[in-house]
Design a binder for this molecule. Structure first.
Ligand SMILES: Cc1cc2nc3c(=O)[nH]c(=O)nc-3n(C[C@H](O)[C@H](O)[C@H](O)COP(=O)(O)OP(=O)(O)OC[C@H]3O[C@@H](n4cnc5c(N)ncnc54)[C@H](O)[C@@H]3O)c2cc1C
Length: 394
């Protein structure tokens, strides 16, 4: 656990609870769940129920809804700690904690009263966000002047939605979603789409394929399918045609949370590398006494510390924008952390030698997990371009 930013006793107590939760509930089960054939079986309702019992599932909700109202900095520490245990577990809660934060700000009073108390009480309550489509992915990050394929036509009292989103984290597990749908024909997605609140049991809304992923398997990702699905006017979040403003206004910490998830995997790789380097003897001494290995561990630590500092800065400034928020902080921390994690995971493999290739060491799972955020939450190359546009173009 990183000590320097833990400034209050509440933060310390939260992080100690999460650390215990990871040790007792996540680590003993993650390898077995990761190995399930059916991707849906990799998800553990039991882990979610246990997280609910300790208040983790709802910690970003305000006290009014029974939560702790944790700020973004503390939440990022929790997300990192969870990912030291398992990336998928971290991601299911990162999504839920983040969307709960967003919903408290972006939903109107009636919507909050309709959704949040039920979500707070449901021990399996999870949240999801649906933007990506087979044809539109990097297109919305940059954004390209094309419309979403998922569209909604105006009708009496609401909208009729048709189309499909894919790759959605918690797609088949969430009780509520924020979904971005094209409501204005002939306009690009960034100008003609609307954010809708979608309930899982809504008629005309169903779950398609649950994706069979290479890593991050304890989280489920799925298709969201809309077939003549009626969405009432009361489910419009913000203004019609203004969906991307909802994104821009209420998501500043999103990228840093993604960075915190992948950073946790890098920490697990570092811990494993250190343990192995102390134990494994070759050339007449433990690996850690070989200069190259020792220096590599120091470089790993540098990458971890620098990525964490960047994530923490982004989270703190997302909550305190008047102190110097700049838009690249909403794009680059995940990019840095995921590149660091990928490097550290391959070095972890190298330090373990041939043993690292054997499943029983746990290294192959970490390498598969470490690849997840090179693309998730935006392909890194696309995010560099987005940052460059903020810096030199917009
Ligand atoms: C594990 C996981 C979880 C996810 N969870 C969610 C979720 O919860 N909700 C959600 O909405 N989405 C989710 N996504 C989708 C994710 O945001 C997209 O996968 C991501 O944006 C990349 O889209 P793509 O895979 O279609 O790649 P593409 O957009 O097809 O990109 C392919 C390649 O082309 C490059 N490229 C694309 N456009 C340009 C351009 N204009 N200029 C230069 N290069 C370009 C990219 O950098 C990349 O290298 C998830 C994805 C993953 C893998």
């Amino acid at each position: 656990m990183e000590e320097i930013f833990i400034v209050t006793e509440d933060q310390r107590a939260i992080l100690e609870t999460v650390h215990r939760f990871v040790e007792e509930e996540v680590l003993p089960r993650s390898a077995e769940l990761d190995a399930m054939d059916d991707p849906a079986d990799c998800y553990s309702e039991d882990i979610v129920a246990k997280a609910h019992e300790v208040g983790l599932r709802t910690m970003t909700l305000s006290e009014e809804y029974g939560g702790l109202g944790t700020d973004s900095l503390t939440t990022s520490m929790v997300i990192e700690e969870l990912a030291v245990g398992d990336l998928g577990v971290s991601v299911i809660f990162a999504q839920t904690l983040k969307i709960a934060q967003i919903m408290q700000k972006a939903l109107n009073e009636e919507q909050r009263a309709r959704v949040l108390p039920g979500f707070a009480e449901d021990p399996q309550g999870m949240l999801g966000i649906g933007i990506t489509e087979p044809d539109n992915a990097s297109n919305y990050f940059l954004p390209h002047p094309t419309p979403f394929r998922t569209t909604a036509e105006k009708t009496d009292g609401g909208w009729i939605a048709n189309g499909m989103k894919h790759f959605i984290s918690n797609g088949n597990r969430a009780s509520h979603y924020l979904v971005f749908i094209q409501t204005e024909k002939g306009k690009p997605l960034a100008e003609g789409s609307t954010c809708f609140l979608v309930e899982r049991d809504r008629e005309g809304f169903s779950i398609g394929t649950v994706h069979d992923k290479m890593g991050e398997r304890l989280a489920n990702n799925a298709e969201l399918v809309f077939q003549d699905c009626f969405l009432p006017d009361e489910n419009v979040v913000g203004d019609v045609g203004d969906g991307f403003n909802v994104l821009a206004k209420f998501f500043p910490q999103s990228n840093a949370y993604a960075g915190a998830s992948i950073l946790g995997v890098a920490v697990a790789c570092y811990n494993k590398s250190l343990e192995w380097a102390q134990m494994r003897v070759q050339g007449g001494k433990p690996l850690i006494e070989h200069d190259k290995i020792r220096a590599q561990l120091a470089e790993m630590k540098m990458l971890l510390d620098a990525s964490r500092s960047y994530i923490h800065r982004a989270c703190y400034l997302a909550d305190n924008q008047h102190l110097g928020w700049d838009k690249t902080l909403g794009v680059l921390p995940k990019t840095m952390a995921s590149q660091a994690a990928w490097k550290i995971a391959t070095w972890c493999l190298e330090i373990h030698g041939g043993h690292g290739y054997m499943k029983e060491t746990g290294v192959p799972k970490l390498v598969r997990d470490a690849a997840a955020f090179l693309h998730s939450d935006g392909v890194n190359h696309t995010l560099f371009l987005k940052a460059a546009n903020f810096m030199y173009k917009d």
